[in-house]
Design a protein around this ligand. Structure first.
Ligand code: CMP
Length: 137
């Protein structure tokens, strides 16, 4: 059993497809062990994406992530990290395979509907960033 962190980003929340995206997780064997809708502060977004702080897209990424509420979740299941990445599709929706979340709901590489942890190691860090132990059940 693995756990991974999912963020439904402001574009998808604004579009009203939170339920549709959570349904994809549940119907594909990922249990929702924790979930919360929240508004990220600039400090939250900068800290969460600190690994990208030297990338040219960092400022736009932070601005976008605080442009509206997000839904953060802990997803649990066998190979959860990889399974979530498969369900999301490629980072750039133009390259995302048909039937993936990004192909169906995302507009651009910035407004790409969802974030998912890229490794088990980062999943642990990202889950701890958003949730306390007693919120995950
Ligand atoms: P995410 O999985 O949330 O991780 C970092 C985000 O930066 C990524 O999704 C994209 O939304 C955004 N981004 C913007 N430009 C790029 C780029 N050139 N390469 C990777 N990520 C990018």
């Amino acid at each position: 059993m693995e756990q991974t962190l999912s963020i439904i980003k402001p574009d998808a929340v604004k579009k009203g497809v939170v339920g549709k995206i959570l349904d994809r997780f549940e119907t594909n064997g990922l249990r929702i062990a924790a979930t919360r809708k929240m508004q990220l502060s600039q400090a939250d977004a900068e800290a969460f994406y600190a690994v990208h702080s030297h990338r040219p897209f960092f400022k736009d990424l932070v601005e976008f992530m605080i442009s509206g509420p997000v839904v953060v979740s802990v997803l649990e299941g066998e190979n959860a990290v990889l399974k979530n990445r498969e369900l999301m599709g490629a980072t750039n929706p133009k390259e995302a395979a048909a039937g993936t979340i990004r192909a169906d709901f995302a507009e651009s590489i910035d407004a790409n509907a969802v974030h998912g942890s890229d490794s088990l190691e980062n999943a642990k860090i990202e889950i701890e960033f958003f949730f306390s132990k007693r919120e995950i059940c």
